[in-house]
Design a protein around this ligand. Structure first.
Ligand code: BG6
Length: 485
């Protein structure tokens, strides 16, 4: 057994994240032989349940969320690892019950906080008072860590009272995605890109994270956040920092996180003075998706019809350093867009001189597209001669396309949570977010949110099933550019 034997304690084990992601991820690790025979999984939640009831819950959800179907032998083994403990998270005294349930004697213990972040501090205090924290233990924190810089500091302070930074794993599940991780390889294992990755070669970058889902079922939670806090502050800034950072000295957590931090810190602040020109906020209205009518944000179940929370954001981000001066990074993300579709477009600068004017007055510039999800792949637009005998050369823009599903035919695309869970068990923090990064990201996001609040402008409506408000097109068109469709 290469993996260390661990006790994995999930706080909020009956919640949505646990059902959909954490339990299936652990099951997949078990199936792949990556969980030590001795490892146990302890579900913790407020409700009273027997182990049998919890186990039935686990099986039911694995059946629903493990797409590939379940293997009976693996399932039996997996279910055998399960323990359940009822706990009142805020009642410090009740943590002695948890202490009694935990077996100990394992190499590592992982505490996974999958509850509302406001009680991460209570859980930490409870664990401490029951003497359940040692230097070997790890804690995993789900986002959102606060809803602004100040509140994130409160949460981080509470948890840091009894856990050192090297024990804290802040999850941004985008860092566990295959294609996001591949950005490191693309940039630093290919001299073609390593050597042309700057303001001399690149005109601009676009990052699109579009989702077709709306806010069904979690309206109240989402409404307190909005797309800026829910997606830009974390996922999009993480993608941006991997794209923009200087080469790290090596792949260690220390090196990678230091370079990402510098990139986020170099972002030009957006404030009251430039917020109109550099950002667009949108909110979906009634519309159609795949030909079917869908309600607007204000007409969803449980909606407060006066809400001015944004469900779409577009931003022209700029990075004030030697590498990127003058190269905008256009970000856009939204709910109820036409499809679930995330990609990065790196638009290179045009060729300085053209000797093919006879067939192409303007030579289109090279364009690198990184398809994050679905249909993962990397694609390079380039010019090529159309075969033929004619003395005048006919040339055409075509693409080199590295599709993951075709190239790595028998390779399953691993879910982000599987990878991240394994990294926690192995004690590698490279794919987790440091406190400094969280704070730098909030600093930049807070300034934008504050500017929006001061301007008091309602978000611009866009019909569900479209690519966002028209203003998002105009924002980029003002720079004589356009979103790549
Ligand atoms: C979560 C957000 O962090 O990421 C959700 O809270 C969003 O609102 C989700 O839907 C998107 O993740 P993925 O992996 O489906 O792109």
């Amino acid at each position: 057994d290469l993996q260390s034997a661990s006790e994995i304690v999930i706080f909020g084990a009956l919640g949505d994240l646990s059902r959909r992601k954490l339990l299936p991820a652990l099951y997949q690790l078990d199936q792949a032989g990556l969980l030590n025979v001795e490892s146990r999984i302890l579900g913790v939640a407020r409700q009273d349940h027997s182990v049998e009831e919890f186990t039935a819950f686990v099986v039911e959800n694995l059946t629903e969320f493990v797409k590939e179907g379940l293997n009976e032998a693996v399932l039996a083994r997996f279910v055998n690892r399960m323990v359940y403990q009822q706990l009142d998270f805020k009642d410090t005294v009740s943590y002695s019950n948890l202490a009694a349930t935990l077996k100990g004697g394992h190499d590592t213990r992982v505490y996974y906080f999958s509850t509302p972040p406001a009680i991460y501090g209570d859980i930490t205090d409870g664990l401490k008072s029951a003497k359940l924290i040692t230097d070997a233990d790890r804690v995993v924190m789900e986002k959102p860590i606060g809803n602004c810089l100040e509140s994130s500091k409160v949460i981080n302070d509470q948890v840091s009272r009894y856990f050192n930074e090297n024990q804290i794993y802040r999850i941004d599940h985008y860092l566990g995605k295959e294609t996001v991780l591949n950005l490191l390889v693309l940039r630093f294992a290919n001299s073609l890109f390593t050597n042309n990755w700057d303001r001399n070669s690149i005109d601009h970058v676009q990052i699109t994270v579009a989702e077709s889902v709306g806010i069904e079922g979690r309206w109240g939670f989402y409404d307190d956040a909005g797309q800026m806090r829910d997606m830009i502050q974390n996922h999009l800034l993480q993608i941006l920092s991997l794209l923009a950072m200087e080469p790290p000295a090596d792949l260690s957590a220390e090196s990678i996180r230091a370079e990402k931090l510098k990139a986020v810190k170099a972002l030009v602040p957006i404030n009251r003075l430039n917020v109109k020109e550099k950002t667009v906020r949108g909110q979906y209205s009634d519309g159609y998706l795949n030909g079917l009518p869908v309600p607007g944000y204000l007409n969803e179940e449980d909606a407060n019809q006066k809400s001015d929370t944004e469900t779409f954001v577009a931003i022209k981000a700029e990075i004030d350093n030697w590498r990127w001066a003058g190269v905008p990074f256009y970000l856009r993300t939204g709910k109820r867009m036409p499809a679930k579709h995330s990609e990065i477009v790196v638009q290179f600068k045009p060729q300085a001189h053209n000797i093919f004017k006879e067939s192409h007055v303007d030579l289109p510039a090279n364009k690198l597209t990184i398809r994050l999800q679905p249909d993962e792949g990397v694609e390079l637009q380039m010019m090529n001669k159309i075969p033929g005998i004619a003395s005048q050369m006919h040339i055409q823009e075509n693409k080199l396309d590295l599709s993951f599903s075709e190239t790595y035919e028998n390779q399953r695309v691993v879910d982000a949570y599987e990878r991240l869970m394994l990294e926690v068990i192995n004690g590698n923090q490279s794919l987790f977010v440091s406190r400094d990064e969280v704070e730098a990201a909030w600093t930049w996001a807070d300034s934008i949110i504050e500017a929006w609040q001061t301007s008091n402008e309602a978000p611009k409506a866009y019909p569900a099933g479209t690519w966002g408000p028209v203003a998002s097109l105009s924002m980029i068109a003002r720079d004589d550019r356009q979103w790549v469709e």
